[in-house]
Design a protein around this ligand. Sequence first.
Ligand code: B3K
Ligand code: ZN
Length: 877
Amino acid sequence: MTQNLPKTHYLTDYQPPAFEVESLFLTFELLPNGTRVTNRMQVHRVKDLSAPLVLDGEGLELIQVDLDGVALMPTQYDVTDTQLILPDVPERFELEIVTEIDPENNTRLEGLYRTSGNYCTQCEAEGFRRITYYFDRPDVLTYFTTKIIADKQDNKVLLSNGNLVEVGDLPNDRHYAIWKDPYKKPCYLFALVAGNLEEVEDTFITRDQRQIDLRIYVEPKNLDKCEHAMESLKRSMKWDEERFGLVYDLDIYMIVAVDDFNMGAMENKGLNVFNSKYVLAKPETATDADYEGIESVIGHEYFHNWTGNRVTCRDWFQLTLKEGLTVFRDQEFTSDMLSPAVKRIEDVKRLRNNQFPEDAGPMSHPIQPQSYIEMNNFYTMTVYEKGAEVVRLYHTLLGEAGFQKGMQLYFDRFDGQAVTVEDFRNAMADANEIDLAQMHNWYTQAGTPTLKVEKHFDAATGTLTLHCEQSLKGQSAHAPLLIPVLFGFLNDDGRALPVRPGENSRNKVFETEKGHLLKLTTLSETFEFTGLSQEPHLSLLRHFSAPVNLEYAASDEELMMLASHDADSFVRWESIQTLALKNIEDNVARFQAGNGMVFSEHYQQAFQAVLEAKGLDPALKALAIGLPDLPYVFEQFETIDVDAVLQAVEYQKAQIAQTFSGALDKAYLAHCSKKAYCYDKHDMAARMLKNQCLAYLAYGAEPVVRAVAQYEQQQNMTDVLAALNALNHLAVSEREACLSDFYERWQQDTLVMDKWFSLQARSESEQALQDVRGLLEHPDFNYRNPNRVRSVLGVFGRLNMKAFHDASGEGYALLAEEVLKMDKINPQVAARLVTAFTSWKRFKGHRQDKMQSALQHIAADKALSKDVYEIVSKSLE
Ligand code: B3K
Ligand code: ZN
C-alpha cells in the first residue's frame, strides 16, 4: 500500500470557499515537453479574514508567483505536493502564477496531455490542478479567457471554451488565438484543444432564430465518419428545446474526437472532448449499438450544458445531481428517438448487470456518497444509472407536466449557481406543492431494496389484499423509501380487470399517465382493492417503476400468461426472463446434486409463443428470447458456483438451439435483408432478432453455416460482428479464418481493431487464457490507449466469466499483474480493471481464496495510486 495513507474526504466537512475569483486569464505556450501556463486571476476574500490562500496543484513545476504585480520570494509562500499556500494576502488582489507541465509524458490522461500528436485536456473531476494552481472545486465559478500560443505547423487548430475573440500571427512561425467564455464556470469545465485536426461544419437554428455554428474536429483520416454524430447533435438540440424548453446559449458548439480518453466524453463548456468511439461511425465500421451509443452520448454531453454547466454541483458529493439527471434526460432522448419499450428494457438490463452487483459488493455506496478517497472512483453505475432511476421516480410521481414544472423552477432558482441534490428536490416539491422529503432516503442509503409482495383474495367479498414489505439487505432498520409501483390486474385471458382501491387505500393508489400507481411509503403496508369478481393476476412494477428487486411468487402459468398478454412490454419481457432464470436456478441445483438437467416445459412454451407472436416488435422478441446476462444470473445466488452456473447456461442455449432450430432458422431468414444499412428502429429491430437467432443457431447441429455466410456477405459491421460473435465460442477453423480476414481488412482502423481484440478476450474457447496473453504481446496492443486496454483486460475481467474464473486461478493472477502494470501508467483505468475482483467474497471455495490472494498481491505494492488503493483496500476490509 502507499506509504502515507491517502486522505478520505467527507461530505460533512464541506465549507464554502473563502475567496471568490472575479476573472481568470490563462495563457498557454504549447510545447510537447514544456508547456508554460500563465494564470492571472482577480481574487477577493469573502470570509475567514485571516485564512491563508490555498490553491490546489499537482505535478506542476512552479516558475514564478506575482502578487499585485510584485514577484514573491520563495519564502513568501509554501509549496507542497498538492498545494500552493500564500499565508498573507490582501482583501482584494491580482495573482499571477507561472508553471510548466509536460503534456507529452502525461499518461494519466488528466490535465493537459497529447494524443496522436494533438493537445487536449480532461479536467473533471480534479484534473485542472494538473494544469495550474487554482481553487479546483466546483463551487468556485469565474469568467475564463484563454490565450493559446503554438507553432503553426503542428497546431493549425487552437480551441478553448466560449467564443473566439482574437487570432494573430507571431514571430518564429507561431500563432495565437484568444477564447472568451461569457458564462461563469468551475474549472472542471475548462478545455483546450490544439493540433492538426480537420473539421466538419454544420449549423443549427434555435427556436429563437439564432444560428449556432456546429463543428466536429477529427483527425483527417476520420472525416468520412462524422455524419451520424453531427445528425445526433442536431437532434439533441432540437429535442432539448421541444421536450425541456432548453435552448443553446453560445454561438458555437464544438466536439473534438480523440483516440486516447479515460471515459466516454466530457461536457466542457462549448468544447466537448469525446472518446472517438462515441463520434466516429459508418456502416462498415460501427454496429447498431455503436450508432445508438453515439447518439446517446452526444445527447448526454449536450444536455449537460443546462444540467451540469449552467447549474452545476456545489461539491463532488452532489455528482448525481448532474449525472443522474443528465442520464435520465439522455435515456428519454433515446427513448423518443427509437423505441421506448426497447430502451426501457435495455436500461434495466444495464442497471441489473452492472449496478446491482456494485451495490451488493464492498464498493456499494448511496447515489450521494458520503465519503471518498479518489473522486474518479465515484463516477459509478450507482451515481449515474441508479441516480437516473431516482430522477425517474420524481417523473413517475409527478408526471411529465409536473416534472417539467419542477425543472423550470430549478433553472429559475439556480441558473449560474453550484447547488445540491436537496435544491433539486425542493424545486420539484415546491413547483408541485407536494412534500417530497422522503425522497431523501434514496440519496443516503446504499443497496438494492427488495420489495416483497403477497396477495390474498377473498372471493366472498371480492376483495384483494396486497401486502408489501420493503427491505435493504444487511440493514435491519433502514429509513423507508418512497417506492412507486406501477401495476395492473389481469384475468386468466390476460385482459385488464378494474382497479378499485378500497377505503384504506384511496390516498395511496393513483391514476397516472403511466397507469395505476401504488405509492409505498412505509416498511410494511397493506393495500386493499374491492369489487373484483375473480382473483386477478398481478402485473407488478410495470415499466420497472423503481430500482428494486421484486419478490413475488408468480406461478409458471401466471408468468406464461403475462409473457404473452400483459399490456406492459417490460412485464412481458420480465416474465419470460423469470421463467428462464427459474430454469437455470433449478439446473444449478441439479448440477450441484449430481443430477441431470431439465429444459422447462413452461419456458419452452413461452419461448415459442414469443418467437412466433404476430405483430410483436422484433426487437422485443429478440430481447425476450435472449437469456438473462451472466452478471445478473450470478446476482441471484448468495454464493456463486461458477461451474454450475456456466454449465446451466450452456445447457439452456444448447436446448434452445436444438428444440427450436427450425423456428430460429425461419425467423433468421425472415429478417435478413439486402437493404443498405440505415440507422432506423425498424431495421435495427430486424437485425437484432436475426442476430439473436444466429447466436443460438451456433449452439445447434450446424453451428457455422449461417454465421460464415453472414460474415462473408460483409453487409455492415452489425452483421459482421454478430457473425464473429456466433463463431467465437467454437473451436473451428472458420473462426480463425474469419478473425484473420477481419484483421487484414481493418488493421488500420483503431476502433474496429478494438472489436477484434475484445472478441478474442471474451471468447469462451478453451484457449481463451492463452489468447489473452497473446493479445497483450500483440504489436497493436498499447497500454497507453485506454480503449485498447479495456478491449482486452476490461472485457476479460468483466465479460469472460469462463476464462477469468478459470479454476487454476491463472485468470486472476494475469489480471492482477496487469493492474499493477497499468497503475503506473494510468491509475484511473487501472482502478476500473480492479473492480473485476471486488465481489470475491461471493464466490465459492477455492475461487474466493484465489481472488483474495490476487487482491492482496495488488495491495502489497508500496506505490499504489490512491485510485487503486481505495478499491483494493475497501474490497479487502
Ligand atoms: N462528466 C464526464 C465524466 C467525467 C469523469 C471523470 N473521471 C462525462 C459525463 O458524465 O458526461
Ligand atoms: Zn454526464
